[in-house]
Design a protein around this ligand. Structure first.
Ligand code: FDA
Length: 427
């Protein structure tokens, strides 16, 4: 057990200070720890969305809670989320909007702490919000308001926050013991809220999966989700000059489909419809894309030909999809001339190329840009009500580290709030 320098450290590092996210820590009484064992009822590893929610709930119940994070500020992903406005929940939560080996696992937490519960907190904090599309709720102002709301609720609940602290090892005897670069920390219960592997640049590590494995808790294979997809070199040559062109598209993979924006990029495809389908896509799979958002291109071209056969095919197609995209498709099909020159079979082929584009991405942009990590701590090893590991009493996993991944649109934060809240009632 390391010498108890924690009180001194916290005093020096945080007393009376404000981090950039607004967390202020009451001055701690140094003698509280002097000579005493550094032990809390609960340590939460990770000051992200799930960890802060859990810590505040547990603190409110009178538990002595410490949150530890290696980052310098809490809630960094919240801060950059939703283009800086945080899409903090979605009004239409349903199990089929979550990917997991067992999508029903998430229901327990999601039905006990609902979007309405989180919205009520946002309202109480005086944070203005709006619905954008598809039930997605965003702050009117900055996402840092949500971070501040969470840090203030932790402060009000007496939660201690220890940032810039690297955890090297987690052990378990009678207690949990964290070996950190600031000394050892002990607790009765440990909540792992380290998030996934996406965006390592802002502190994602995958450490939570490592802890699970070290404690013999199974982990479902992880992979990037909600991520742009990339083309093979030869496809890139044909499409990359369209970088920046966007359409409303219907993108399908097997029985799953999304109708949202699609964006051509220098590497392949992005935009909400592609991010959504990327969570279902596997290496080697084909995607079916309707670039004209369901309007029957062949029928529209035939109708245009009947009206004015002297109109160019390129012009007619450019009424249905962006001009640059229309030109590219026709170049690839080696088609030109007026509508009157095209037989039905040709217009049907153009229709198929636009309404039923079959594309086989070769990969994704990976964790560098992925919004989430699919897979994670196996839900079969966790109690759905408490998020506690069945084989390791006192060890809980919440948020993205668990094998529960939502669609784009506020679902992932709702899972973080709900799972954090549920564990917060149990620890
Ligand atoms: P989260 O990642 O929030 O927190 C984990 C914490 O653990 C971090 O503070 C990290 O520093 C800390 N940590 C990691 N490793 C550690 C270690 N080894 N030691 C100590 N601390 C460690 N979702 C949504 O619903 N709406 C949205 O608008 C967006 N937008 C969005 C944009 C971008 C760019 C990204 C990358 C992601 C989103 N998301 C989103 C997803 C959402 O951010 C994500 O699902 C939640 O933040 C997950 O919450 P967690 O608390 O589980 O992890």
């Amino acid at each position: 057990m390391a010498t108890p320098q924690l009180g001194g450290f916290i005093l020096k590092a945080y007393a009376g200070r404000k981090s950039k996210n607004g967390y202020t820590v009451e001055p701690f009484r140094q003698d509280r720890y002097r000579g005493a064992m550094q032990k809390w009822d609960v340590i939460v590893l990770g000051a992200g969305a799930a960890g802060m929610m859990c810590a505040a709930e547990a603190g409110r119940r009178g538990r002595r809670v410490l949150v530890v994070d290696h980052a310098r500020s809490p809630g960094e992903k919240i801060r950059i989320s939703g283009g800086g406005r945080c899409n903090f929940t979605n009004k239409s939560i349903a199990p089929e909007r979550f990917l997991s080996s067992n999508p029903r696992f998430a229901l327990s937490a999601l039905s006990r702490f609902t979007p309405a519960d989180f919205i009520a907190r946002v309202d109480r904090a005086g944070i203005a919000w709006h619905e954008k599309v598809l039930g997605q709720l965003f702050c009117d102002g900055s996402a840092t308001q949500i971070v501040r709301m969470l840090t203030e609720s932790m402060r009000d609940a007496g939660v201690e926050l220890k940032l810039a602290t690297v955890v090297r090892k987690v052990r378990h005897d009678d207690d949990f013991e964290l070996d950190t670069d600031q000394g050892a920390l002990r607790s009765d219960r440990l909540v792992v809220a380290c998030g996934g592997k996406s965006i390592p640049k802002i502190g994602a590590t995958g450490f939570g999966y490592q802890i699970a494995q070290e404690f013999g808790v199974p982990v479902v294979e992880t992979r990037p989700g909600l991520v742009p997809l990339t083309f093979a070199e030869q496809d890139l040559a044909a499409w990359k000059h369209l970088a920046g062109v966007s359409v409303t598209a219907r993108v399908g993979h097997g029985k799953t489909g999304f109708r949202e924006g699609l964006l051509f990029t220098h590497r392949g495809l992005s935009g909400p419809s592609i991010l959504q389908i990327s969570s279902y896509w596997r290496d080697g799979d084909m995607l079916q894309v309707d670039l004209a958002d369901g309007s029957d291109v062949a029928a529209a071209l035939k109708a245009a030909r009947a009206l004015n056969g002297r109109q160019s095919l390129a012009k007619a197609l450019a009424r249905l999809v962006p001009e640059k995209l229309a030109g590219t498709i026709l170049d690839q099909m080696k088609l030109s001339g007026n509508l009157a020159d095209q037989g039905n079979a040709v217009l049907d082929k153009v229709g198929t190329a636009v309404n039923g584009w079959l594309v086989r991405p070769v990969g994704s942009e990976g964790y560098r840009t992925a919004e989430v990590t699919l897979g994670g701590v196996d839900t079969r090893a966790l109690d759905a009500r408490t998020l506690e590991a069945r084989t390791v009493p006192g060890l809980h996993f919440i948020g993205e580290v668990v094998d529960v991944t939502g669609w784009l649109g506020g679902y992932n934060f709702q899972w973080a709030w709900s799972s954090g809240w549920a564990a917060g009632q149990a620890v």
